[in-house]
Write a protein that binds this ligand. Structure first.
Ligand code: AMP
Length: 217
C-alpha cells in the first residue's frame, strides 16, 4: 500500500503517521525527519537544506526528490510506505508519479487532513517529542501520562524543533498555501484524494484514517 498524508504543518501528519506505521506495518517516510537528520549530521544535503528550513521555506525539489528516490529503493519499502511531508509541490508529485510508474507501483490514496489555519500556530508552538523514541507530545493537547516521562520508552529527555516558532510557522503556512495546496486538485483529478477532519481529537482522526484505509483493501 502506498499512502500520502497531506496537510498543513501542525495538521497532525507525524502523529497519525506513527500510528499508521504501527497498526498497518507501513514504513513512515518523513522528508522533514530525514532533512533534520541530515542537518544534524552536517551532510552535504543537510548543509544545503539548513537555511531554507530555518526560514520556514521549502527545500529545493531536487534535494527532496533525490532523498525519496533513494529511500524507496530500500528493503523495508518493498511492501509499501506512507509518505509524510512529501510531495509538497506539483513538481515533486510529478516526480513521484514517474518513480512509481518505473517500478510499476500505484498510489493507493492521498489522505488530506483538513485543519483551520487558526488552530495551527497553537498546535505547532506547543509540540515536542521524546529525544529517544520520537514519540510526539503537546503542552496542552497531548501530555505524557506521567509529567516529564515518555509514555512509550520512559525517557525524561524531550526536544522541540528549531522551526516550531511563531515567525517560522507563518512562513511555513504561506508555503503550504502557495506551493502545496495545488496538490489537492492534482490528486482530486486522479480520483485518489480522501479528506478527513483534522480538527477532531487525535483518536477520532485515527479512526477516520483507518476507515479510509479499510475501504481501500
Ligand atoms: P516537516 O517536518 O514536514 O514540517 O518539514 C520541516 C521542513 O523541512 C519544511 O519546513 C521544509 O523546509 C523542509 N521540507 C520537508 N519536506 C519537504 C518537501 N517535501 N519539500 C521541500 N521542503 C521540505
Amino acid at each position: 500500500m502506498i499512502i500520502i498524508l497531506l496537510g498543513p504543518p501542525g495538521a497532525g501528519k507525524g502523529t497519525q503517521a506513527q500510528r499508521i506505521e504501527s497498526s498497518q506495518g507501513l514504513v513512515q517516510l518523513s522528508t522533514g525527519d530525514m532533512l533534520r537528520a541530515a542537518v544534524a549530521a552536517e551532510t552535504e544535503v543537510g548543509k544545503k537544506a539548513k537555511d531554507f528550513m530555518e526560514a520556514g521555506k521549502l527545500v529545493t525539489d531536487e534535494i527532496v526528490v533525490g532523498i525519496i528516490a533513494d529511500r524507496i529503493e530500500e528493503e523495508d519499502c518493498k511492501n509499501g510506505f506512507l509518505l509524510d511531508g512529501f510531495p509538497r509541490t506539483v513538481a515533486q508529485a510529478e516526480a513521484l508519479d514517474n518513480m512509481l510508474d518505473q517500478k510499476n507501483l500505484k498510489l493507493d490514496a492521498v489522505i488530506e487532513m483538513q485543519v483551520d489555519d487558526g488552530a495551527l500556530v497553537d498546535r505547532i508552538t506547543g509540540r515536542y517529542t521524546c529525544s529517544e523514541c520520537n514519540q510526539g507530545y503537546h503542552d496542552k493537547n497531548l501530555k505524557p501520562k506521567v509529567d516529564g516521562v515518555c509514555d512509550n520508552c520512559g525517557s525524561t529527555n524531550f526536544k522541540r524543533r528549531a522551526d516550531d516558532n511563531k515567525e517560522t510557522v507563518t512562513s511555513r503556512l504561506e508555503s503550504y498555501h502557495a506551493q502545496t495546496a495545488p496538490l489537492l486538485p492534482y490528486y482530486g483529478d486522479k480520483g485518489v484524494l480522501k479528506s478527513v477532519d483534522g480538527m477532531a481529537d487525535i483518536d477520532d482522526v485515527t479512526a477516520q484514517i483507518n476507515d479510509v484505509l479499510g475501504n481501500l483493501s
